[in-house]
Design a protein. Sequence first.
Length: 166
Amino acid sequence: MGLVFVLRGVAVIFPLPFLLKQFRYCRANVLSHCYFLHQEVMKMACSDITVNYVYGCFLTVSMVGLDSLFIFLSYVMILKTVLKVASRTECLRALNTCVSHLCAVLLFYTPEIGLAVIHRFEEGSPPFLKVLLGYISLFVPPLMNPIVYSVKSKQLRVRIIRVFVK
């Protein structure tokens, strides 16, 4: 399964440098992110970027769409199995784990989708919003992932509530 995901990532990203190499660049060469973002580099080109624009939109929609479909199908299968086999306590425990997984997935996809939308339709958006969303999508998911999964721990949940209630 891991090999499939690695191959998918390579197959999706591999054509991007070749698509960008064919352009002539005449605009400012300052990027607003600390990492390579296809949408930003392609907007520096003076040539027609229609193919890159369509490919980028296709990738965003298909990747998020396929991932969402597979996540949905896996949760349907998990819930179907758990509800058939387990007791009420085990069902609640499984649902608690599913909620943590869904929160982690939302933490990953929400900034990514927001960044893709801002770069596609950026006419009225302030420049700092792209930078902020870029850093959020880069740093927040890995930082929040342990927190999302550890909040299930009763001792930690009680301590967090105690800190905010005081």
